[in-house]
Design a protein around this ligand. Structure first.
Ligand code: MN
Length: 328
């Protein structure tokens, strides 16, 4: 993990900038969208001109968050920002090709993240792998330095933290996480409303996807590994939209015998996207994903492999099965 710059240095850079771009990773999840909006809305309240950028735009299931209407997808016009800030993005490339091209001319890049594999590609880097969500780092930064926090900022950062901790269930959740939410509730945040919006507002299409997964999931290593292959054909049949797979893997994780679960997904260019999870601290899926050019957290990681999906799955699962059998 790279040496971290102090949040004071980062806040000083924010204060002295006039025009700031805030960006997160491709295929944005709740932590990506919530973190960039939490920070962007606070910076706007400080009087900064802020461009919130996402290569793939906002997924439909997160469109209820305040400020999503201000997020833009990268165009061709130069941004002319004094400062670029990348959040929740483990490698520089993962902000997306078009975002990277637009932000490369920025005189300074701040990199704030919680992925332990982040190499520190910014001018200033603040990588805190003990934080369960980038949203938690942003909340700490705003509150420690007295930067504006209003209800819209809280909504975004709550969703960032809630989604990245699996609703406060994952082992990365710590005492500070709960203290932050307690502070948010004391300040009047309606967390039940937000939970309904993010966890109980699925279009039927997402349950069709889950139904297919439950029908097709496969097991190996005596039920300790559960996996599923999400093919392009199924995506077409269901009419799947970006963000539809968020949280799907947690259903595989529910099974008592499972210590690791994996979803393989066809992505454009003949590639296969891998999402892997561990339920046992002795099994580090980030090193397994690392063998296939990916990375992430010990308990939640990803990689991309060349297709076809069946062959990629078999290669990955053989390595995973070897590791799973080693820990017993
Ligand atoms: Mn995250």
């Amino acid at each position: 993990m790279p040496a971290s710059s102090s949040t004071s240095e980062i806040v000083a850079a924010m204060r002295s900038a006039r025009r700031i771009a805030v960006v997160a990773h491709v295929r944005p999840d709740g932590d990506a969208v919530g973190s960039i909006l939490g920070l962007a809305l606070s910076l706007r309240a400080m009087g900064k001109e802020v461009i919130a950028l996402l290569e793939d735009g906002v997924p439909e299931n997160l469109a209820f968050l305040p400020g999503t209407d201000t997020i833009i997808q990268p165009g061709s016009a130069p941004l002319n920002v004094d400062l670029a800030i990348a959040l929740d993005t483990a490698t520089h490339e993962r902000i997306g090709e078009r975002c990277k091209a637009l932000l490369d001319p920025a005189p300074m890049l701040v990199n704030i993240d919680h992925h332990p594999t982040n190499p520190g590609y910014g001018t200033l880097n603040h990588i805190d792998a003990t934080s369960p969500a980038t949203g938690q780092i942003i909340y700490n930064l705003l509150s420690e330095h007295g930067l504006p926090i209003d209800d819209a900022v809280r909504q975004n950062l709550f969703i960032a933290i809630s989604t990245d901790t699996g609703s406060f269930q994952f082992s990365s959740t710590n005492a500070r996480t709960h203290r932050i939410v307690a502070e948010m509730i004391e300040a009047g945040l309606d967390t039940a409303r937000l939970a309904t919006l993010v966890y109980q507002s699925c279009p039927l299409r997402r349950l069709d996807l889950m139904r297919a997964m439950l029908n097709e999931m496969q097991f190996r290593a005596d039920g300790r590994i559960a996996s599923w292959q999400l093919t392009q054909k199924l995506m077409d049949d269901i009419g799947m939209l970006p963000g539809d797979t968020e949280g799907l893997i947690d259903t595989l994780r529910m099974i008592d015998s499972v210590v690791s679960c994996v979803i393989f997904e066809d992505v454009p260019g003949g590639k296969v996207r891998i999402s892997a999870r561990s339920k046992d601290a002795r099994l580090d899926v980030s090193t397994i994903c690392g063998q296939f050019g990916g990375g992430g957290h010990r308990m939640a990681s990803g990689a991309r492999m060349r297709g076809p999906i069946g062959e990629a799955a078999e290669k990955f699962l053989q390595v995973l099965e070897h590791e799973v059998r080693r820990i017993d």
